[in-house]
Design a protein. Structure first.
Length: 57
């Protein structure tokens, strides 16, 4: 269900954050994924979670 490719994952997560979740913790809890692993995978393409914007930038 969750893309493995970091670029596709970034797009998928930002879409979910924008349309369905108020914060990253809610998304991770609902989807049953590890937030730290998610952040590390997306950081590998130099994107980082911005709490104020509620997206990876």
């Amino acid at each position: 269900m969750i893309p493995k490719d970091p670029v596709m994952l970034l797009s998928f997560i930002n879409l979910k954050l924008r349309d369905f979740y108020g914060n990253l913790d809610s998304l991770c809890e609902d989807l049953g994924i590890d937030g730290l692993e998610l952040k590390e995978k997306i950081a590998s393409i130099d994107y980082h979670y911005d709490e104020e914007r509620n997206q990876f930038v």
